[in-house]
Write a protein that binds this ligand. Structure first.
Ligand code: TXA
Ligand code: MG
Length: 346
């Protein structure tokens, strides 16, 4: 089934903007799904209290029904409407990092539609740090369930164009707020256990969290997932670009030699490289993703870079690996999931 997807283009005129938000909000109240910008990536929103509306998110994305959605709120009062309790740790994190790229997993009180939480007794909630998202939430007056607005398995969208590429004809509309700033998704922290656990690294770093909490741990399953790309023949199903992504772990000379070998064998290779590596390579096509010593730049550009190379143009994509410090943990988590192969010096 196909529908007309409205694309509300960016406007400086506040009266136009008000009208756009009004229109989007009316559709949301009518149980339709609308994409909107957040500070991390674009989200695909629906009224989190309406099962039928939420179902449309899963259908548009082709998302497996057992993967729960994050609920977006405009204020802390809305959190209280959705959860059984707010433990002190969660309160602290909300005070410190909201609005911002941090999702808190809390005990649900059952108010959200059952498909939002995929049947779990917990619910993931965040307050986005984006004026358009907050205005839309206030105008709609409902918490909005919103996963990243990509087709399931594809890189998350950091521009309205990316959303359009994936979901044109499948959703009611796209509110265009220009490119998103953080570039990787929110950090998901489980606050239902004795010690808070990072389930997904993201825009708020472990180091940020450690400044506020006595203790926080990484979900051990994250380390397992890191190993996966090493196993040959792994099918890529997360954040996947059109052509297979290979990661190169080693110094710049090593990267250069690998690239040379692959080209010699007749492969059409696309390269994603930091400014520092790009300076040392004489290669086209190449996409720069910022300085490796400014990892927030890499985070901002990563998903756009993964979408840039088309299957018709390159046989494979070669990308360097980055430090896992700070937001580097999120960058490497996504790259490891997107990659089918890893080449190492040792
Ligand atoms: O930055 C973001 O978080 C973006 C923007 C749109 O807000 N949203 C996003 O949603 O990345 P999504 O659906 O692509 O990722 C949600 C993640 C998934 O890994 C999901 O399993 C986890 O959050 N999640 C949601 N609710 C959960 C829960 N109750 N318990 C554990 N994990 C949960
Ligand atoms: Mg996603």
């Amino acid at each position: 089934m196909s529908m007309e997807t409205k694309w509300w283009k960016q406007t400086e005129n506040t009266r136009d903007l008000d009208a756009q938000v009004q229109e989007a909000s009316t559709l949301l109240k009518d149980k339709q799904v609308v994409a909107f910008p957040t500070e991390t990536v674009y989200g695909l929103g629906a009224d989190a209290t309406e099962e039928e509306a939420v179902q449309r998110i899963f259908e548009a994305k082709g998302r497996p029904a057992d993967n729960p959605l994050i609920v977006h709120v405009a204020d802390e009062e809305q959190v209280g409407q959705l959860v059984a309790e707010i433990p002190p740790v969660a309160r602290k994190l909300m005070d410190e990092f909201w609005p911002g790229p941090l999702t808190l997993v809390l005990k649900s009180n059952g108010t959200a539609a059952v498909n939002v939480t995929a049947g779990l007794s917990t619910i993931g909630i965040r307050m986005p740090d984006h004026p358009l998202a907050l205005t839309l939430l206030r105008e709609t007056g409902k918490p909005l369930a919103a996963p990243s607005a990509n087709r399931s398995g594809r890189p998350s969208p950091t521009t309205a164009e990316h959303v359009y590429q994936d979901l044109d004809g499948k959703i009611a509309g796209i509110l265009d707020g220009g490119p998103t700033g953080v570039g990787v998704e929110s950090t998901v922290v489980d606050c239902t256990t004795e010690m808070p656990v990072i389930l997904r690294p993201g825009g708020v770093t472990k180091e940020d969290l450690e400044r506020v909490l006595k203790q926080v741990m990484m979900d051990p399953a994250l380390a397992d997932e890191k190993q996966k790309p090493k196993s040959p023949g792994m099918k890529y199903t997360h954040y996947a670009p059109e052509s297979p992504l290979w990661l190169v772990e080693g110094n710049d000379d090593f990267f250069s030699r690998q690239l040379h070998e692959l080209k010699k064998d007749g492969n059409r290779v696309g390269v994603i490289a930091s400014d520092e590596l790009a300076e040392k390579l004489d290669h086209y096509p190449l996409i720069r993703c910022g300085s490796r010593s400014q990892l927030h730049q890499v985070a901002e550009k990563l998903y756009g870079a993964l979408r840039e190379f088309k299957e018709s143009d390159v046989d494979l994509i070669l990308c360097e690996t980055f430090s896992e410090e700070g937001v580097g943990a999120a960058i490497m988590n996504r790259l490891n999931k997107a990659a089918v192969k890893r080449i190492q010096t040792f």
